[in-house]
Design a protein around this ligand. Structure first.
Ligand SMILES: [Ca+2]
Ligand SMILES: [Ca+2]
Ligand SMILES: [Ca+2]
Length: 956
């Protein structure tokens, strides 16, 4: 299937969802498929989306094959998080929402060119070399002989006849569908997965029980783990999901819910049938250390080679050390992918002529964690001596087959469990300045920058991974304005909203959610992307061209901000990225920026070595180019870069002789100069602490004095327009709060809706029931779960939150009945029973077609009301502060207001302390009337406030 066909198919699928969404909301209340309206768009269930077709697929397949729906959904969740990946395979040949496998000989990479996360065109001609020579220490690298290494390592071929690589074929046969259909159609994937689970369960127990807990054997078997511990690990994760529930919106916008059922008891005592004969831990012997691993994870230890090559000063594949003692501390965890199979990569690390190793490798199919080098030792994985000295390297199995690139859920979960454990053990902060990709590690010297690796690549989901670590990046937030000098973390969504163009050696890569955004020379996607001086002129869209790619999780300093574009200081340049409404960044909660000291030409280093003098008396030979910087990089005056960790001394650890004998062997040299690690460009770098000065980041914009307008579209989706606080451009790009809001025929704010997620509202449903929404304080999900106020509210044809009319500090409500009587509902301050009994304000109010309460328009501290009559006259009713007669006699504001089809009182949009009025005309143009604090001329002349507001049927 061509890329074009895939795109077509995807488009069709999305169209189907759109149609389904339009009818789904009313029909699904009370079912599992959709959260009730009270939850949608609230803090309890944020980012709500249309009821999902996929949810129905699970229900139907569960019925068809007699598999409990919770088991089926939880298995899928723990394989793929319900993602279809558009029918593309995982790094190891798993497909679609059920993660069924299909790997044939023609799917395996041919290994000729090197476009796989390691170097790029013209470098390292054989991709196998990319695994090798990773010490990043010229003193070790000089021993490496590429021909010898290639000769001695025979890549272990993947056995494509292994049934574990053909669960898709088996499952397709069970349902009588074509493998194509199971790969590409989520409904068929779910059916096939259900049929396979049922077959496993029948084989294990001879029946298909109703009790989900009894399905433990089938779920364990579904893991395809060849060992009992791996099978149990997967099954335990699945039953954790069943017991605690899961819900999420998939990257193509489908919202799925697996309700929690804590009553399910997994039948762990049942014998778990395995996918292959239990191999045990074959490599383990008395001399093999126990893996350093958290309890519950499936881990083994298969040692990397530690063996002499040409002489006692030449060996592979790591340095024996005693980390973290004596200054040889562990500060980072580096995430890699292998670009090869688990077995093949292990063979590389177990051959001493490769000069490469990693502490751990995580298998893709089942999340097995294999340790190869003890953490006290310095593995050679990063291609950067400084990083190798101070990090733990974790490889993730993945080999480039077909067009796919996604990482499996068992692999993410095992890796995250391991990293959490290691971070706790070594005191490594769980942030993206310390949990880093290989692609973020610099080349050590000028000659090494260009070929430095770029794995784990654009499809590693940093947002998901950091969430699993308990340290979410903040992606998916409601955004906000950013300011020059502010430190912001880049958090693009890993969804179909962010599928930047990529090519691989000129060939288009199918559009998929990715972890980066492009950096441009000016605030436009039509401008050139920025370049890196070491890469030179290259095709901007090539995956390996890391110079123009801003990766998720990095914190940078804002150089300039314009509406939907943000510029940061990056690699000595001012680099722009698309940042709609500020939603692709979050303010760094704390942070320090660095800049060049006046008059100093700052050197940028790819490693932090001690100066020559520090070697004196250590027995360690003085290393070459100890003070060499990356000469094409600098910190131009006025630019600010993020301090990315503690100041550190320059360090060099000398391996010496293989047995540790001899002068200077296994000795750490530590210099006096302090280095700061910085976020420099796509990669980290170091600068000398003597050459820079610290500057606190500019404080982020407080959201407390910016007011929002909410708008509901024709499909019931509620959108949040944050106020900017600036009259010239009063609203940010909209943010989707959630769907299902068409259950109401009236929604009005009780108190000002602020950008910090505070402010209350009430809503009336179609049967006349009134609901109270308290502000949550969460900007992206601004309301708590709704509270029922009472019934009978259908008698009113206007309901307006009026502000505090009675002077007691509590917000009140006015409502007009169809006879034209206006009624006051005094606020009680208790959200559960928010209103006292109504009192009459007066009659004759039927002449108005709009009642808006912008706040205190006149500046006397009392809330006022603005009413438009049916001939377009606008009238001001000043608040009196008394409940008995809350409004004084009306006065005219002006005429011809019938040109507007909506009048909205959003609060104070320009932060001058006076409430404003906005109005939408028939063309979807919004107009701002700034409040003046005057009873005689309450509003200034109108100013344009943005276009594109048509299509909304209700404003709050
Ligand atoms: Ca009141
Ligand atoms: Ca007033
Ligand atoms: Ca104002």
């Amino acid at each position: 299937m061509s890329v074009g066909q895939r795109r077509e198919r995807k488009k069709r699928r999305i169209l189907v969802h759109t149609v389904a969404a339009a009818v789904a909301v009313a029909a699904t209340a009370g079912t599992v498929a959709a959260a009730p309206p009270g939850l949608v768009g609230t803090a309890r269930a944020q980012a709500a989306a249309p009821a999902a077709e996929l949810q129905r697929d699970f229900a139907e397949a569960a019925r068809e094959f007699d598999v409990p729906q919770s088991v089926l959904m939880a298995v899928s969740y723990r394989q793929t998080r319900w993602e279809s990946h558009d029918g593309l395979p995982s790094t190891t040949g798993a497909y679609n929402v059920m993660g069924l496998t299909q790997v044939d000989p023609e799917d395996l990479e041919d290994g000729h060119d090197d476009h796989d996360g390691h170097g790029h065109e013209g470098e390292d001609g054989d991709h196998r070399l990319a695994h090798m020579n990773r010490s990043g220490d010229p003193a070790v690298e000089k021993h490496f002989d590429a021909r010898e290494a290639l000769r001695s390592v025979r890549e272990k071929p993947v056995d494509t006849s292994d049934p574990r690589l053909h669960t898709l074929d088996e499952a397709a046969r069970l349902i009588g569908a074509s493998p194509d259909a199971v790969r590409e159609d989520p409904a068929q994937s779910v059916r096939a997965g259900a049929a396979l689970l049922a077959a496993y369960q029948r084989r294990a127990t001879g029946k298909l029980p109703d009790d989900p807990g009894a399905w433990f054997p089938a779920v364990a078997r579904y893991s395809q783990a060849p060992d009992r511990k791996g099978a149990r690990l997967f099954a335990d994760r699945v039953f954790e999901s069943i017991r605690s529930g899961e819900q999420r919106v998939t990257s193509d916008g489908q919202r799925l819910v697996l309700p929690a059922d804590p009553s399910v008891q997994p039948a762990r005592s049942a014998k778990a049938p395995l996918a292959a004969a239990a191999t045990g831990t074959a490599a383990t012997s008395a001399a093999t250390p126990a893996p350093e691993c958290p309890t519950g994870l499936n881990c083994d230890f298969r040692p990397a080679a530690y063996k002499q090559n040409s002489g006692p000063d030449d060996w592979g594949n790591y340095n024996v050390a005693s980390r973290p003692s004596g200054g040889h501390d562990i500060r980072y965890i580096a995430i890699h992918d292998t670009e090869g199979s688990y077995d093949g990569s292990l063979a590389v690390f177990q051959n001493s002529s490769t000069y490469a190793s990693a502490h751990y490798m995580v298998r893709a199919s089942d999340g097995l964690v294999t340790q190869m080098v003890e953490n006290k030792n310095e593995a050679w994985h990063a291609g950067n001596k400084t990083l190798n000295m101070h990090s733990i390297g974790i490889e993730h199995e993945g080999y480039a087959i077909k067009e796919g690139s996604w990482y499996t859920e068992p692999q993410y979960e095992s890796s995250a469990a391991l990293v959490k454990y290691l971070a706790g053990r070594y005191g490594i902060p769980l942030d993206r300045e310390h949990i880093i990709g290989h692609d973020e590690i610099p080349g050590v010297l000028d000659s090494k920058v260009r070929a430095q690796h770029w794995d784990p690549g654009p499809f590693w989901d940093w947002n998901h991974y950091m969430s699993l670590l308990g340290a979410p990046t903040g992606a998916g937030g409601a955004g906000g304005p950013v300011k020059a000098g502010q430190l912001v973390r880049f958090v693009p969504p890993f969804t179909s909203a962010n599928q930047p163009k990529l090519t691989n050696n000129g060939a288009p890569v199918p559009a998929q959610p990715a972890n980066f955004g492009y950096l441009y020379t000016s605030p436009s996607t039509t401008s050139a992307t920025i370049g890196d001086p070491y890469l030179g002129t290259q095709t901007w869209s090539e995956g390996w061209n890391w110079g123009n790619k801003l990766v998720a999780g990095g914190t940078f300093v804002v150089a300039e901000a314009r509406e939907d574009w943000t510029a940061i200081w990056y690699g000595g340049q001012k680099a722009w990225f698309h940042n709609p409404g500020g939603q692709y960044t979050v303010p760094a909660s704390a942070g320090t920026a660095l800049r060049a000291k006046p008059g100093v030409s700052v050197k940028v280093y790819g490693r932090s070595y001690p100066a020559d003098a520090a070697y004196a008396g250590t027995g360690v030979p003085v290393q070459d180019q100890n003070s060499a910087s990356l000469t094409k990089y600098t910190l131009p005056a006025g630019q600010l870069y993020t301090l990315a960790g503690d100041a550190v001394p320059g360090t060099y650890y000398y391996g010496g002789l293989i047995d540790g004998s001899g002068a200077g062997s296994r000795t750490l040299v530590q210099g006096g100069t302090l280095f700061y690690p910085i976020r420099y460009n796509h990669r980290f770098a170091w600068v000398s602490a003597d050459e820079v000065e610290q500057v606190p980041g500019t404080a982020p914009d407080p959201a407390t004095d910016r007011h929002n307008t909410l708008a509901r579209d024709g499909s019931g989706v509620l959108w949040q327009y944050q106020g900017t606080g600036d009259a010239a451009s009063p609203y940010l790009t909209r943010y989707r709060i959630g769907s299902g809001w068409d259950a109401y025929d009236a929604i009005t704010s009780m108190t000002a809706l602020r950008a910090d997620g505070t402010g209350d509202a009430v809503a009336r449903d179609a049967s006349g029931g009134l609901w109270y929404y308290q502000g949550s304080g969460i900007p992206s999900a601004p309301f708590k779960a709704r509270l029922y106020v009472g019934r009978g509210w259908q008698i009113y044809d206007a309901i307006t939150g009026a502000g505090d009319l009675t002077g007691d500090g509590r917000a009140d409500l006015v409502a007009r009945d169809t006879a034209g009587y206006l009624w006051l509902y005094e606020g009680t301050g208790n959200p559960a029973a928010p209103f006292a009994a109504r009192t009459s304000v007066g009659r004759g109010w039927q002449i108005y077609d709009s009642l808006t309460a912008p706040g205190d328009v006149t500046g006397d501290g009392r809330a006022d009301l603005v009413a438009r009559d049916t001939s377009g006259g606008l009238w001001l009713y000043q608040g009196t502060g008394g409940a008995a007669a809350p409004y004084s006699a009306r006065s005219s504001i002006g005429t011809s207001w019938q040109i507007y089809d909506a009048l909205i009182g959003p609060g104070d949009l320009n932060r001058d302390g006076r409430p404003d009025l906005v109005a939408r005309d028939a063309h979807g143009q919004m107009w701002l009337y700034q409040g003046r604090g005057s009873a005689t001329a309450p509003f200034a002349t109108r100013a344009a406030a943005g276009t594109g507001w048509q299509g909304y049927d209700l404003f709050v």
